[in-house]
Every structure is written in C-alpha cells, then in structure tokens.
Ligand binder design. Structure first.
Ligand code: XMP
Length: 314
C-alpha cells in the first residue's frame, strides 16, 4: 500500500544521506514535476538547495511572477534568471522549429551554468515513464522533435543526479505534492513545453507576436477554468499562425492574424485525441478573443489527433 507520507519520509532520509554537506542545484520550470522534486529536496536539506528559474522570454502572460509567487511560500531559495533578451535576440528571424529548439536548449544550458556555484548535485523531476522511455524504444515525439527539458544538462558538467520521483507516476507525484502542501491549481497544471511559446508562435518570433499570443491564450485558459473544462483535458493552448486573413470590423476591412485553439485528451502525451469542446464554449472564446485581442480577426479550432499530427504545432 503506497502512502505518500512514508514515501516522503524515506526520500528525505535518502536525500540527506546522498547530499551530505554539499550544495545542490535545481532548475525549476513552474511545472508539477520540478516543483514537487524541489520542495521534497528542500524539506530534506533546506538552504543547501538552490533553485534557478530561467525566464526565457517565451513564457505565458505573467508566468514568471506567478511561478515566483507560488514558490516563495514553499520555502525554496529561488533565483529568477531573466534571460529574455538573450533568448529573443538569438531567435530573431529563426523560423525552423528544429533550429528554434536547438537554440533554446543551448541557451538554457548557458544561462543555467552562469548561475551555478560549485554545486555537486542536480535535482531532476524525472518520472518513471521518463525512465522507461529512455531505456526502451523512444516514442514518436522523441524522434520527431528534439525535446528540451529543464534539467537536461550535458554530462561534462559532472553533476551527480538526485531524482526523487523516478519511481513515480504522475498521479503519485501529485499525491506527494499534496502531502507537501503544494496548492491544487499548481499540481493540476497542464504540461508546457520547454521551448515555450517559441513553438506556438509560428514563423517570425517577435515580442509583439508573443504578446498577441499571450493575451489570447490567457482568455482561452481562463474560460476553460471557469467552465470547469480545464481539468477535463490533458492540455490546451493557442497557436498564432503566420497567416493573415481578411475580416470586417464595423464598416472597416481588417487584415489580421489567425489564431488556432488546441485542446487534446491523452493519458501520456504519446497519442492524443482532439477534445470535443462544446460549441457554445468555443463560440464564447472566439468572440472574446476577436473582440479583446488586437491583431486577431479569426479563430480556428484544431481537429487533428496524434498521430498523425503532434500535440504542438512545431
Ligand atoms: P508533441 O508535440 O511531441 O508533444 O506531440 C507531446 C507532449 O510533449 C510536450 N512537449 C515538450 N515538453 N519539452 C518538454 O518538456 C519539449 O521540448 C517539448 N515539446 C513538446 C507537449 O507540450 C506535449 O505535452
């Protein structure tokens, strides 16, 4: 009988043994896994743990502030590394999805290294399915897109790993998080890709286009939450297309961006069905986005499943 309480006690014991008096670093993404892993480690070794949250300029609206404010009361020592300019400059005029991913992965490692201070250990929020996937045949998403994860650092850095969640499934991680006092809305967050909005603003990646996407996505997610639909889907997000379309506003012709809404049902992200969200819900979201977000005059709903489509568009 698995109990999160005894799991936590055992892990705390183990982590203390392993780390001894050494300092430990952890890259925090604001996602469920890295948050639970960091809180667990900090319960064991307190201020010996140093967390780094990298703002790559590709986060959702107010995400850095949100994450910092839910991490602080959890007793973590967190450095916010604002590297937006560096990331966005390097991504300027890069349209190829793979190039974007590579640049982001490399830049993340550089920024992370700049914030290291002779730590001997690295905390990673690796889960059991990640462990299996890396020893067996890689899934389609692994071979098709070069995934970037917080904590996926090169071997030359010679950090020893602390992976307290490596025997757990997602629902067990959530149970552990609950026991550690992490708020429910943090534990139930949808997955968010390491390369962030870079893979959701298709084509040219400018601050202005990132902001348009942020505003629209905020409305979509807010409506999903207030309608009780957020928890019913595996993941939902918006994608800004590199396409303009003609519209009419009052008696004026407009020529603006098209936004795609995506929502999928899945158990592990390896396969997914598009979510059959209610039409009245989609109508409300579309109206709000077109009326409230300058720069968007058309909204489309993505009705592709994985395979043959992937969940993200890039
Ligand atoms: P795809 O688009 O491959 O996505 O069907 C499957 C799941 O993985 C997420 N995803 C990522 N997660 N780093 C991550 O940590 C990445 O580079 C990355 N790319 C995609 C995606 O959001 C979906 O949940």
């Amino acid at each position: 009988d698995w109990s999160s309480k005894s799991f936590i006690e055992h892990q705390i014991e183990d982590i203390r043994q392993k780390a001894g008096k050494e300092t430990v670093i952890c890259g925090i993404s604001g996602g469920v896994d890295s948050t639970v892993a960091a809180v667990l480690v900090s319960r064991a070794i307190g201020k010996q743990l140093h967390c780094v949250f990298v703002d790559n300029g590709l986060l959702r609206k107010n995400e850095a502030e949100k994450v910092m404010s839910f991490l602080k009361p959890l007793g973590l020592r967190v450095t916010l590394a604002d590297a937006s300019d560096l990331f966005l400059n390097r991504l300027k005029s890069v349209a190829s999805p793979e190039k974007k991913r590579k640049i982001i992965g490399r830049t993340f490692i550089q920024v992370f290294e700049e914030h290291m201070n002779q730590e001997k250990f690295l905390v990673q929020g690796t889960l059991y399915p990640d462990v299996i996937e890396s020893v067996s045949v890689k899934g389609p998403s692994e071979t098709i897109k070069s995934h970037h994860n917080v904590g996926g650092l090169p071997k030359r850095m010679k950090l020893k790993l602390i992976e307290p969640l490596r025997e757990l499934f997602k629902d067990e991680v959530r149970a552990v998080g609950r026991e550690l006092g992490i708020a429910e809305d943090i534990l139930m967050r949808h997955p968010f890709p390491g390369p962030g909005l870079a893979v959701r603003v298709l084509g040219s990646l400018t601050r202005e286009r990132l902001d348009i996407l942020r505003e629209a996505d905020e409305i979509y997610i807010e409506e999903l939450k207030s309608s009780g639909l957020y928890q019913q889907v595996w993941q939902a997000f918006s994608v800004l297309l590199p396409v303009q379309s003609v519209g009419v506003m009052g008696d004026k012709r407009t020529y603006e961006n098209v936004l795609a809404l995506r929502a999928v049902e899945s158990t592990d992200g390896m396969t997914a069905d598009w979510a059959q969200l209610p039409h009245d819900f989609l109508a409300r979201v579309s109206n709000r986005i077109i009326n409230e977000v300058r720069g968007i005059n058309r909204v489309a709903y993505d009705i592709s499943s994985k395979p043959p489509a992937t969940i993200e568009w890039e």
